[in-house]
Structures are given as C-alpha cells and as structure tokens.
Ligand binder design. Structure first.
Ligand code: SAM
Length: 213
C-alpha cells in the first residue's frame, strides 16, 4: 500500500465517532453496544480503503462488521465510503492488529477476514505476517469456539506459507482454491487489491480455515 501523508486524516476520523470507534478498549466484551442490532460480528484485519468490508456490510445487514486498519491516512478512505453508505452495521477501528486483545476478548468475534495481507517475504520479517502463529493465537483468543478465518491473496508465497502456518497450528482447512475467480464461487465481494490484481490477469488464492476448539 503506497502511503501518502495526510496530516488532516486523524482529525477527520475524530470528527466521525459514529463510524470510527474512538475508545475501542471500552467496548471489549460488549461490542453489541456499538451497533444498532445484537448480531454476529465479523472483522477484517488490514481493511485498507474499505471496499470489501463496506460491500459485505451492505450485502449482509444481519451481520455486524468492523474494518481494522493501522494507518489513518488509509482508513480515512474507508470512512468516506462509510459516510456515503451510512451503514448501521459497520464500524472502523484505526488500531494495530498486533494489539487486538486490548480491544476484544474471547467470543467477541465470529469470523476474521484477512485480504491481501502484506506478504513480508523476508524470513526475518516472518513475525509481521498476519498469518504467523502469534497472530493465529491472538485470533483464537478473540473468536468464538470454532471461529473461522477467511483469507484471500494474490501472493503464492504468502498463501503457501499461510496454509502451512494454519495447518501447523491445528486449524481445519475447510476450503482451498488455487484459482478463486475460476472456481464458480458466487457472491464474492472484491477488495481494492483483488480488483487491481485480477484486472492484470493475476490469479487469486483463497481459503477458509476453522479453529477446532
Ligand atoms: N485488504 C485491502 C485490500 O485487499 O485491498 C488492503 C490490502 S493492503 C496490501 C494491507 C493493509 O493491511 C494495509 O492497508 C496495511 O496498512 C494493513 N495492515 C498491515 N498490518 C496491519 C496491522 N498490524 N494492523 C492493522 N492493519 C494492518
């Protein structure tokens, strides 16, 4: 993700507390209070400019969604989409996913989406990959028992690494596609990266994995 410094971004996020949760630690264990309806909660980690999570929230009004993004200069674009769509079942969080357990506790989250996560190809950066075992532990600590991770990427190396990481952790591989856009899957909502890479003819990999607790 190319980052452009936007000195006004933080202030804009603060001006929309109905969409961007200001003190997420206060909602730990009671996220339903942030939404109009008490219904399952799905989160996207590394939501970028929010095309996927906004599309999902529009398509599935019976599910609550949170888009989580580290950079204010990026999530501000997701905020613009949300202001436009004015969805009651979507919130945004401008936090680091490495600290998810500060904001969520066991059973808060029903499903986690990881889309086109940064690949961090160098071995010395393995710990930064969002499918590294420490992140899988973090996700387990906030998901319901039997919770799922749905993962899409264009990066074959990251996909192979992630399948091995999921498997070594003891996650059940429920669905694996090595060419997702040719798989006949219906109802896919594309992310920005997915749209860009598939328009260039690149193959998209996707899997669904489940915790066996
Ligand atoms: N999911 C979007 C898509 O598919 O178009 C964006 C993909 S982009 C390659 C990865 C995004 O994940 C970036 O916006 C990055 O800032 C965010 N990200 C990476 N590590 C993160 C972390 N630890 N916590 C929150 N967001 C993170």
């Amino acid at each position: 993700m190319r980052l452009r410094h936007k000195p006004w971004a933080k202030e804009k996020l603060e001006q929309h507390p109905q969409y961007v949760v200001a003190e997420p630690e206060n909602l730990k264990g009671k996220w339903h209070e942030a939404f109009e309806k008490d219904q399952p909660l799905h989160i996207e980690v590394g939501t970028g400019k929010g095309q996927f999570v906004t599309g999902m929230a529009k398509a599935n009004p019976d599910i609550n969604y949170i888009g989580i993004e580290l950079y204010d200069s990026v999530i501000v674009a997701a905020l613009d989409r949300l202001i436009e769509a004015d969805l009651p079942n979507l919130k945004l969080l401008n936090v680091n996913a490495a600290e998810l357990d500060k904001y969520f506790t066991k059973n808060d989250v029903d499903r986690i989406y990881l889309n086109f996560s940064d690949p961090w190809p160098k071995t010395r950066h393995e710990k930064r990959r969002l499918t590294y075992k420490d992140f899988l532990k973090l996700y387990e600590n906030i998901l319901v028992d039997g919770g799922e991770i749905h993962f899409k990427t264009d990066n074959q190396g990251l996909f192979e690494y992630s399948l091995m990481s999921f498997s070594a952790y003891g996650l059940l591989l429920k669905y694996v596609s090595l060419d997702f856009h040719k798989s006949g899957y219906e109802g896919n909502i594309m992310t920005e990266y997915e749209q860009k890479f598939s328009e260039r003819g690149q193959r998209i990999y996707r899997c669904e994995v489940k915790y066996q607790n």
